[in-house]
Design a binder for this molecule. Structure first.
Ligand code: C5P
Ligand code: MG
Length: 165
């Protein structure tokens, strides 16, 4: 099915519980204003985790847990951008013509406002993915006070990618 060059779409999502006294990482950027961070096995970067799943999904190569099982201590406190780089390597090995066309992401987080971090997140992800910043979109939504996002219990993310294989 992947023998001929063609366009494919991938979707990834993630959700992490938030807790005090932990760093919050979103798209490889430290959200310094946040008093809450993700409870996670790794650095808990829910945007990068959803992006990894979207990339793997675009080529039907499983998901983040297939390649980086949370049961394996090797991935404990893993840097999500390292996992992203490894994911691209795994995909490129199977699909040498793989090219990322664009990324569109939504982050559901009650606060802080992420607009001021958008340019940094675009720059970090563009660099990690080897594309122009204009190919990376990050949007943010509050949870309108409703659980679990609006009550500051969780962060959730959705990412879609379009790729050429
Ligand atoms: O969730 P809501 O639609 O009320 O969010 C309004 C706007 O606030 C969003 O379109 C976005 O520009 C911004 N926002 C943000 N960071 C968040 C949540 C929302 O920048 N954590
Ligand atoms: Mg709204």
């Amino acid at each position: 099915m992947l023998d001929n060059p063609h366009l494919r779409i991938g979707l990834g999502t993630d959700l992490h519980r938030l807790a005090p006294n932990l760093p919050l990482w979103i798209g490889g950027v430290h959200i310094t204003e946040s008093p809450l961070g993700c409870v996670a096995h790794s650095d808990g970067d829910a945007l990068v985790h959803a992006l990894i799943d979207a990339l793997l999904g675009s080529v039907a190569m499983g998901d983040i847990g297939t390649h980086f099982p949370p049961s394996n201590d090797r991935w404990k406190n893993a840097n999500s951008l390292d996992l992203l780089a490894q994911t691209l390597g795994i995909i490129r090995e199977a699909h040498p013509n793989f090219r990322l066309i664009n990324v569109d992401a939504v982050v559901h987080l009650e606060r802080p406002k992420l607009g001021v971090y958008r340019a940094s997140i675009q720059a970090v992800l563009a660099e990690a993915l080897g594309v122009e910043t204009a190919c990376i979109s990050m949007k943010a939504k509050t949870g309108e006070g409703l659980p679990p996002i609006g009550t500051l219990e969780a962060i959730s993310t959705q990412v879609v990618v379009l790729v050429f294989v």
